[in-house]
Design a protein around this ligand. Structure first.
Ligand SMILES: Nc1ncnc2c1ncn2[C@@H]1O[C@H](COP(=O)(O)OP(=O)(O)OP(=O)(O)O)[C@@H](O)[C@H]1O
Ligand SMILES: [Mg+2]
Length: 257
């Protein structure tokens, strides 16, 4: 397996399960003894708090790497020494980075350059993107080998997907030739709701085998664990949510072979 694969978790639609998937896929890969770096590339800082790091508690965050050339190594944190997970934390300041980067030459390649300093230390780098197609997401897509797209099984799920796919295409054309779609991940799947199955069919019609076989069910444990600063793997490994992310990590690893 190639070392240091970078996966961006992206969808400009809000609240579709990007952060939940980034944090728990990262944790499930770490459980499989992979060295994982979780990059919180969202000013909301949800991935940071999801692993127990309060956004803004530390002096330096991704913002300082983006705008003040602080080396990425200097901001990395190990939230729990028991798990092989390292975090590049974020804070609300990161929102300003998009503006500050605007006049910078090669502004789309800043994250890629940062990650190149640490890539050899990790098996996987998972980037949690914000709900927009702004410069932070473009930097993530430029740095990434692949993009994983979480989709909530609801009526408007497909709306906006064309825009995301177009953005991926244009990044591929001008910034990152080798970028590919790792897969679409159905999240918050509710077996009791018929609409869920209709949306699943629709997504499969368009994306066929690009859709992960593993689906993430709606599970209250997944929504509870961030408030404890724990991934679902530590919080309740027996829950259906934890088991789904373990299964996803296994499917993801099988696809790498
Ligand atoms: N499978 C699930 N079951 C139950 N709740 C979930 C599940 N996945 C996510 N949630 C909850 O739904 C909300 C949105 O999820 P999440 O924060 O992961 O989405 P997001 O796409 O990162 O949002 P944003 O666009 O704001 O960054 C959160 O409160 C989260 O705890
Ligand atoms: Mg999020």
């Amino acid at each position: 397996m190639a070392k240091g694969k970078i996966v961006a978790i992206a969808n400009q639609k809000g609240g579709v399960g990007k952060t939940t998937s980034a944090v728990n896929l990262a944790a499930a890969l770490a459980r499989r003894k992979k060295n994982v770096l979780l990059v919180d590339s969202d000013p909301q800082g949800n991935a940071s708090s999801g692993v127990g790091i309060r956004p803004g508690d530390h002096t330096y965050h991704l913002y300082h790497c983006y705008t003040q050339e602080i080396p990425l190594q200097d901001i990395l944190l190990t939230p729990d020494p028991k798990i092989r997970l390292t975090l590049a934390p974020s804070s609300i300041d990161l929102a300003a980075a998009e503006m500050e980067l605007f006049p910078v030459k090669d502004r789309e390649h800043v994250l890629k350059k940062m990650l190149s300093q640490v890539i050899s230390d990790y098996d996987y780098i998972v980037i949690d993107c914000p709900p927009s197609l702004g410069l932070l997401t473009i930097n993530s897509l430029t740095a990434a080998d692949s993009v994983l797209i979480p989709m909530q099984c609801e009526y408007f799920a497909l709306e906006g997907l064309a825009q995301l796919v177009n953005t991926i295409r244009s990044v591929k054309k001008s910034l990152n030739r080798d970028l590919f779609i790792e897969g679409l991940l159905l999240t918050m799947f509710d077996k009791r709701n018929r609409l869920t199955f209709q949306v699943e069919d629709e997504i499969k019609k368009h994306f066929a085998d690009q859709v992960f076989k593993t689906v993430i069910p709606r599970n209250v444990r997944l929504s509870e664990c961030p408030s404890h600063g724990q991934t679902v793997i530590e919080y309740d490994i027996k829950s259906t949510g934890a088991q789904a992310y373990i299964k996803l990590a296994n499917e993801f690893l099988r696809r790498q072979q």
